[in-house]
Write a protein that binds this ligand. Structure first.
Ligand SMILES: Cc1cc2nc3c(=O)[nH]c(=O)nc-3n(C[C@H](O)[C@H](O)[C@H](O)COP(=O)(O)O)c2cc1C
Length: 388
């Protein structure tokens, strides 16, 4: 089944594997580097159905890293070179579009980060301002514009980042949305900003660009969004016309390791912070800010199954896939495709190796070094580095 084609909205993938959006850290000054093009080409060559360029900001206020993509007209030719390289290997190309809200860095955006509500975010750290309706309309429009730029650049799909505690997720979560107007309180109100963004995205996609949405099943902290509400969010996305959902969980500012599981290698993280003071802070408090969450293969499957039984639309499973056996288990539960991050960081041709039966299980040991180093440069697999 993994190697059967699949339709996602207007596009067809040659197989059911997707390279999950995993921040590459290969966009110095928010541009497309040759390294970024080569990386995605290598994943495409390695047999993937579709590769996803991670974490592209839809506007300047949504940036959290100096080496993060910022979608804008002037980088369209370089992005086109990336999608051409991917297409030449017969894979499809997607780009994750998002806004980090309260995770934005003051020095990058030249102002105060904005979010659903005014509050302090200890993780960035930042003091963010609750958005007014005008700002919400502008940001929703930026999501639409991002789809336009993605299409001009030759992307087959976009993935709207509505999870992991970034801006849309900050509106959805009762843990970060304390508003008393029609954008806060009930779930119906908390979904309003997401609806505004999705309307812009879907209108611009116009049935030509596939629209996936990465969303949370659980925020992973007390007071955050839980599965009952998330199923309602998923149903709303299905009603709005999203082509597929990628089901994840976790909240970068409150429960970061809930997303990826395992432990954060705190020393590596501290030595890779761009700011020395933040490095000391990470060294002293990293264990508390990013507490370990036990890893097991297919760790989100039990939660994801609850969504499968409630929805008809294509669902993409993500979380702890390290083997063909893991993929088969997910497919047998009715999921349409799988998204994979760490096994592909370890091995860009993981899918081809499964196809050729050269590999049964990834050699990734989920040490999470790749996550700790991305704070000031490209992600790297320490196992591969040590082999050089
Ligand atoms: C180095 C790294 C960077 C990541 N960056 C992003 C990101 O930019 N956007 C996102 O939605 N998820 C991001 N993730 C989460 C992955 O997309 C995925 O949901 C998670 O790692 C679980 O999949 P896996 O077990 O196959 O690694 C990242 C993961 C890793 C390892």
């Amino acid at each position: 089944m993994l190697f059967d084609p699949i339709n996602i909205g207007p596009i067809q993938l040659r197989n059911r594997s997707i390279r999950a959006a995993a921040f590459e850290g290969m966009s110095p000054n928010h541009n497309v580097s040759t390294e970024l093009v080569n990386y995605h080409q290598s994943v495409a060559k390695g047999g993937i159905g579709m590769t996803t360029v991670a974490y592209a900001a839809v506007e300047k206020s949504g940036l959290s890293f100096p080496h993060q993509l910022l979608l804008r007209e002037e980088i369209v030719p370089q992005l086109k070179a990336l999608t051409d390289a991917v297409h030449a290997e017969n894979a499809a190309a997607s780009i994750q579009i998002g806004h980090c809200g309260n995770m934005a860095k003051h020095n990058l955006i030249g102002g105060r980060p904005h979010s659903a509500s005014t509050h302090i975010n200890m993780y960035a750290p930042s003091f963010s301002r609750g958005m007014n309706e005008r700002a919400m309309i502008e940001t929703a429009k930026s999501f639409g514009k991002a789809v336009h730029l993605a299409r001009e650049s030759g992307f087959d799909a976009v993935e709207v980042h509505a999870g992991h505690g970034y801006l849309i997720s900050q509106f959805l979560s009762p843990g970060t949305n304390r508003r008393r107007d029609e954008f806060g309180g009930s779930l119906q109100n908390r979904m309003r900003f997401m609806q505004m963004c999705m309307e812009e995205v879907l209108e611009t996609a116009a049935g030509k660009t596939a629209v996936l949405v990465k969303m949370n099943m659980r925020d992973g902290f007390k007071g955050g969004m839980e599965i009952g509400e998330s199923i309602e969010v998923a149903k709303e996305l299905e009603r709005l016309g999203a082509n597929a959902l990628v089901l994840s969980s976790g909240f970068v500012s409150r429960a970061p390791m809930y997303v990826m599981r395992g432990a954060m290698p705190v020393r590596t993280l501290a030595s890779h912070m761009d700011n020395k003071l933040m490095g000391v802070f990470a060294y002293l408090f990293g264990k508390f800010l990013a507490p370990a969450v036990p890893f097991k293969e297919n760790y989100f499957l039990e939660d994801a199954k609850k969504f499968r039984s409630e929805l008809k639309m294509p669902l993409v499973y993500v979380g702890g896939i390290l083997s063909k056996e893991n993929i088969d288990e997910v497919m047998n539960e009715g999921f349409d495709a799988v998204a994979i991050a760490r096994a592909l960081i370890r091995d860009p041709d993981f899918i081809q190796k499964l196809f050729d039966e050269k590999l049964k299980h990834s050699k990734c040991d989920t040490c999470n070094h790749c996550i700790a180093v991305m704070y000031n440069g490209p992600f790297k697999c320490i196992q591969l580095e040590n082999k050089k």
